[in-house]
Ligand binder design. Structure first.
Ligand SMILES: [Mn+2]
Length: 391
């Protein structure tokens, strides 16, 4: 018999699907949140048959279970941990651990791609082009490579995953992977996927107006409350507000937090580490302990949300030769303008601020970090120019 303990996201469930394709009725699969895995491992070690082969995928265990699993392995037990999270790299010290973040071609891995490789190498699964494509879609979604490749099929696979129950998704995928030659969505799925995508768009638009900004340990964070669509939300908010180092998504009901960044020089697995969590450089999570609750909830609850930049302007545009007009909540007006090829400068309430910047982006980042200013609408810009002319 086999037992597979995996994560409850698409990548984790991808592992369960592969295990069922490989072992059929010989495997017992359980999906876990990051918090519930350790209980499952303890239960396995205390109650399960000693001959059962244990797989742990897309998650890693705490220190106590790390020791217990090694004792289990040393006394002849069969266990294999497969993960691709940077924070789990130390499990490579064990013969039963295999953690790989990037393969030798520099391609980012996912738990599903690692398990597939393991099963194929050990001749436990018969590879097929359909399964290979499914694994690649899961990998691209989990690593966000789909976005660079504009691979909407990968994104849609994840959307579908959240539309149905895990059991239904599993069953549906196993049937598809067992027979079809190519991995495709049917007409009905296409239709509900379109509806769901529109719904997610509206949800994100609403959340964009709820984001508050705060400074934590020298970094700027944007905080939002949300229970669903965490990856989409983290990504969209990060792009809407690039002056923020990372986005914190608070799930109060689940007492959890997610951290996302779009910046290469920010590592949110370190941020999550401060609160006892972990994950990837670009996406991580942790439970909400008292310290985190105080920092992200209590201390920011009264803050006003950031205002979005005006979007339909024809005149007050970023990088405009007339300058770009910004405003903040206390009514200060800022004009961001180019001085020469290499310099950008800011006027605050018609007074030049001393510092200059090497790019528009740098100057705007300063404005948004320090004043939470937003790009004004055309109307205000025109009024501002007329006032200048009168003077
Ligand atoms: Mn994963």
């Amino acid at each position: 018999m086999y037992k597979l303990l995996s994560h409850n996201d698409l990548d984790g469930v991808g592992c369960g699907i592969l295990a069922k394709l490989a072992f059929d009725k010989q495997v017992n699969v359980r999906y876990n949140s990051i918090g519930s895995l350790n209980r499952e491992v303890e239960w396995f070690l205390e109650n399960d048959n000693k001959d059962t082969f244990l797989f742990i995928t897309d998650l890693s265990v705490n220190e106590d279970n790390e020791k217990r699993l090694d004792e289990f392995y040393q006394s002849g037990g069969k266990v294999q941990l497969l993960d691709h999270h940077k924070t789990a790299l130390s499990f490579n010290d064990y013969e039963w651990g295999h953690v790989l973040v990037e393969d030798n071609e520099g391609k980012q891995t996912s738990a599903t791609s690692l398990l597939y490789e393991y099963l194929v190498t050990n001749q436990l699964i018969k590879p097929s082009s359909t399964i290979t494509e499914f694994v690649e879609l899961v990998r691209q979604y989990d690593t966000w490579e789909w976005e660079r490749n504009d691979n909407l099929k990968a994104k849609r696979l994840n959307t579908l995953f959240f539309l149905v129950s895990i059991d239904e998704f599993e069953e549906n995928m196993i049937e598809r992977l067992n027979k079809s030659e190519e991995f495709n969505f049917d007409d009905f799925e296409q239709k509900i996927l379109e509806m769901e995508e529109k719904k997610i768009e509206r949800y994100i638009r609403r959340k964009r107006r709820e984001l508050v900004q705060t400074e934590v340990d020298g970094q700027f964070a944007g905080i939002v409350y949300a229970e669903s669509y965490h990856s989409e939300l983290g990504n969209e908010l990060g792009k809407e507000y690039p002056h923020l180092d990372y986005i914190v998504i608070l799930n109060i009901g689940g007492k959890r937090m997610g951290f996302r960044t779009i910046h290469d020089d920010v590592d949110v697995s370190e941020v999550a580490g401060v609160y006892g969590g972990g994950g990837h450089e670009k996406a991580s999570g942790s439970i909400m302990n008292d310290q985190a609750y105080k920092r992200f909830v209590t201390e920011t609850f009264r803050l006003n949300p950031l205002k979005e930049d005006a979007k339909r302007n024809r005149f007050n545009l970023k990088r405009s030769t007339f300058g770009s007009l910004y405003k903040n909540r206390t009514g200060d007006i800022f004009l961001l303008y180019q001085v020469n090829d290499k310099e950008w400068s800011i006027e605050k309430n018609n007074n030049n601020m001393e510092h200059t910047y090497t790019s528009y982006e740098e100057a705007e980042k300063f404005l948004k970090r320090n004043y939470q200013a937003w790009l004004e609408r055309d109307e205000a810009f025109v009024n501002y120019l007329m006032d200048q002319v009168k003077k």
